[in-house]
Write a protein that binds this ligand. Structure first.
Ligand code: NAI
Ligand code: MG
Length: 493
């Protein structure tokens, strides 16, 4: 539907045919009313005797309650992991270790539907994404690293490697099951044992994974999964018998962890925040580029460390791209995460919604021009419309700080050098995107951009074979691919 006005074509979205609701059934997912700590192959009550609620951010209803692990529980989990490391896992032939990891991968696939529903219920992400991305990608990580377990001599030719020992792994709430897979799979494939702590708002799929690990008969203590908030995480970080900390989360907590482990023998990989530049040149296929921008910033409600949260558009196509983007935003469906038509689900928590709304106000105060889609929002739960800002200055906070929501800051540029300088002008360096028809331009940009991952004519693409990680305040160390193995071994000769 279109009407001509002042020689511009204005698209109308309110006349489109409404999609009937297509909700995924909750009944396919079994959630216990209460979960204990998974230590040494068993679910154990926390010594704190305390539990906390995890809610569905789309309805604000309680889903379950999970144990709050204290220092005594962390000690128990570390002891279980150490015993399993010394007595079982580090001694087991690598090809035997691989069989368990393949088994876990297959069991995730078998229960993919249940995992996807629970992920969407607990964290608010659209079922389309948990079903088509999070869960298959998690299974793929286990398959990929299972394959490496008995081939480390090919990963590190002419070198001998040993595992690090016991790894403490702390993960965030934006990709709960996938981050558990990123952490656990390479660690146990290389012969380490682990204590994993999921984030406090999204513990349920990690606890489901614990059930699978138990059913898969993984030797007790190889993987321990304990729940709790920051204090539990800190107790893991500070435990003297842990050899490595793997952390994904905020830059602030990453800095606390770095300070805490300074002067110890603990190794660390830190995957922190980002403020990625997505760059559109005037020779790019604009419709595809706009799709890439939508995927870059609205995927997972923008709760993505590598989200394309800054858009740079070459001046000659600026107006056109912004108009196309606004039109496309009007077609995005915000709402029930379990509805298969939903594009943008619920914001993960009340606190995160407050952070996002704070930044939207800051953007307006800074004088940037705001546009948000006109879609209706559900009456309950935590939701945010897809939002863009134009008229943004490089120094504005919305162009410098991580918002972690569906909010995009757009600027224009004229030359390659100008956009490279602007793109690199942030404290972060996790990812970037380039849209152009010219291969030479892509190579020029990718060599000059200080970002761990640079996507060309696509965005937010992941694969277990491909390393991921950042520069500067985005952290250090790589996960995924061969590089991901490196982070879990000592090269001894
Ligand atoms: P956070 O960094 O506090 O939480 C991440 C994980 O660290 C959780 O499991 C949490 O329990 C744990 N944790 C918290 N304090 C800790 C401590 N002192 N020692 C050890 N572990 C600790 O992230 P938060 O507060 O939930 O989100 C705040 C902001 O962080 C977001 O707005 C976003 O900008 C950024 N963030 C970035 C992520 C990424 O993937 N890079 C993921 C989550 C948040
Ligand atoms: Mg929750």
């Amino acid at each position: 539907m279109a009407t001509a006005k002042n020689n511009t074509i204005k698209l109308k979205f309110d006349s489109a045919r409404k999609l009937a609701p297509a909700p995924e059934s909750k009944s396919a997912a079994k959630i216990n009313p209460r979960y204990d700590l998974f230590i040494n192959g068993k679910f154990e009550k926390p010594s704190s005797k305390k539990y906390f609620d995890t809610i569905n951010p789309a309805t604000e209803e309680k889903l379950s309650e999970v144990a709050d692990a204290n220092e005594a529980d962390v000690n128990k989990a570390v002891k279980a992991a150490r015993d399993a490391y010394e007595n079982v896992w580090s001694k087991m032939p690598a090809k035997e270790r691989a069989k368990y990891i393949y088994r876990i991968a297959r069991m995730i696939q078998e229960r993919a539907r249940e995992f996807a529903i629970i992920e969407s219920l607990d964290g608010g992400k659209a079922i389309r994404e948990s079903r088509d991305f999070d869960v298959p990608a998690a299974a793929n990580h286990f398959f990929y690293y299972a394959g490496w377990a008995d081939k480390l001599e090919y990963a590190f030719p002419n070198r001998r490697t040993t595992p690090l020992g016991v790894a403490g792994q702390i993960i965030p709430w934006n990709f709960p099951l996938l981050m558990a897979a990123w952490k656990i799979a390479p660690a146990i494939a290389t012969g380490n044992t682990v204590i994993l702590k999921p984030a406090e708002t999204t513990p349920l799929t990690a606890l489901k994974l614990a059930e699978i690990i138990q059913e898969a008969d993984l030797p007790p203590g190889v993987v321990n999964i304990i729940t709790g908030a920051g204090a539990t995480g800190a107790a893991i970080v500070n435990h003297p018998d842990i050899n490595k900390i793997a952390f994904t989360g905020s830059t602030d907590v990453g800095k606390i962890i770095q300070r805490a482990i300074a002067g110890t023998n603990k190794k660390a990989t830190l995957e922190l925040g980002g403020k990625a530049a997505n760059i559109i040149f005037d020779d790019a296929p604009l419709d595809q580029a706009v799709e890439g921008v939508v995927n870059g910033i609205f995927f997972n409600q923008g709760h993505v460390c590598c989200a394309g949260s800054r858009l740079y558009v070459q001046e000659s196509v600026f107006k056109q791209v912004v108009q196309k983007l606004k039109d496309r935003m009007e077609t995005l469906i915000v709402g029930d995460p379990l509805d298969k038509n939903t594009d943008i689900g619920a914001i993960n928590s009340k606190q995160q919604l407050e952070v996002i709304n704070k930044y939207i106000k800051i953007g307006q105060k800074e004088g940037a021009e705001m546009f948000e889609s006109s879609c209706p929002l559900p009456g309950k739960g935590f939701f945010c419309r897809p939002t863009i800002f134009t008229n943004v200055a490089q120094s504005n906070r919305i162009a410098q700080e991580e918002i972690f929501g569906p909010v995009l800051a757009i600027q224009s540029f004229r030359t390659d050098d100008e956009v490279i300088e602007k793109a690199n002008n942030t404290p972060f360096g996790l990812s970037a995107g380039v849209w152009t028809d010219k291969g030479s331009k892509i190579f020029n940009m990718t060599t000059k951009m200080r970002a761990g991952v640079v996507w060309a004519n696509t965005f937010n693409k992941f694969d277990p074979t491909s390393p991921f990680g950042g520069y500067k305040e985005s952290g250090y160390g790589r996960e995924g691919g061969l590089h991901g193995l490196n982070a879990y071994v000592n090269i001894v000769s």
